[in-house]
Design a protein around this ligand. Sequence first.
Ligand code: C2O
Ligand code: CU
Ligand code: CU
Length: 517
Amino acid sequence: MLTRRSFVRLLGLGGGGLWLRHVVGVRGALWARAQQAVDVDITLVARSENIQLLPSGPATTVWHYAATLNAGDAGALEPLPNTYLGPVLRAKKGERWRVRFENSLPGAEETTVHWHGLHVPDDMDGHPRFAIAPGESYQYEFPILNRAGPYWFHPHPHGRTGPQVYMGLAGLLLVSDDEEAAAGLPSGAYDLPLVIQDRTFDANNQLVYSADINGFLGDTILVNGRPNVTLSVEPRSYRLRFYNGSNARIYKLAWSDGTPLSVIATDGGLLEYAVERNYVTLAPAERVEVLVNFGRWAGQTITLRSLSFSGATPGFSNNTTLPNGAQFDVMSFQVASAQPAAGTGAHNVYLPLVQRSGKLSTIERYVLDDAVNASNPRTFYLYFTRGEWTQNGRTFELTATAPDEDVRLDTLELWEFANEVPPGTNGTNNTAHPMHIHGPLFQVVERIPPADATQRANWETVKDGYVDDGWKDTVLLMPGERVRLLIRFEQYTGLYLYHCHLLEHEDRGMMRNYRVQ
Ligand code: C2O
Ligand code: CU
Ligand code: CU
């Protein structure tokens, strides 16, 4: 047997990856890609660790992504101390990344790493068909094609994504580019990624999980892996990047004094202009970035709250102390009373930067008439039938697609998700679904409110918090709601996933492939 290194040397390969791929298939392609120069090369290990998460009592056993930098800029990798969250990866658009992943999880736990929101080749996307057994490794390698934005990474094996994310496997992947730099947003210590998750701890500080088919809700709200977070901040502008990293919980984020939120970005990066919302609805896997000037609360403490809403998961059973839609505090900010002397940029600390710069980015708007099916959307009904969550009545199959799941490369399509039971079919649609599409980002073009009066009333409790103005990879549908979106399949052919990102729905089959050819 040739080793991988001698095999490559034997062939004298340099950048021959594409040619080799066609000749010897995916395994050969991995070998060949390894020879291409990359900008950043890291080793990423998923393993069990004991971390002191709670202020007192025993350490908590978690699963953690630990990383080391093999090559590239030191700023590409920022480990976060004392949390289960993985390192913050900082990539620049146009770079090429290599991630040498090792599965060191306990037991028989297979896993993959998915780069949520990034558009990568289908064999680099963490698809469950490339599951990595314990003790095995997989080399991910891809160019960063995405625009600047708050992306992330997490496991994606079939049936075990919920428990693996819950145990701690998730990390942030922040992409930057020149357009974002030109917007002049707060940076460094004034750019704060904040991952919101819910967990339940037992009397020994250990994580409690149950794979409830309706979704798991914890009773303790964590921010970046910590309960009861209060951050000390300066009375100046900050960029806050909120991630909903929860398995099933939806947040309705608002400042406790009713000050509107100034939203500057969503899943796929900066909006064209900031938009104001009295609250923001943030479903599992969604991200929203907010620009806030803490100067208005100098010397005070301001709280970020999740407000009450109704109808997302009626009849929900596993958590009665903190149901989906209950009101609670997420975190607080203790604002210093004065700007520290001689701070850099002190001239503009009380001015929201967005009001100076106005336009944040340029978004090329898709035009409905350019879609190949502009008058005939590709509709996917989301409903519960025969004891399962389904998409058009189907559940997950590892490599199959149905005829309505095949799309063509370089084509703009109109897709429609309908949180409804199709006419003439038995089933129910009484739960919200955050729908996520792998591959290219999309643009939401229309929402059709529920026709049913009760569902309509529930929808009214969250709909003013939707931010559909920019690029998205995940979109929430309340019961009875329809969402139409435009998506262009470009760059890569292959098999990609689209699924509900409520992780217990995903694990129980609410996931399908689509094929680009
Ligand atoms: Cu964040 Cu297919 O997932
Ligand atoms: Cu994804
Ligand atoms: Cu769902």
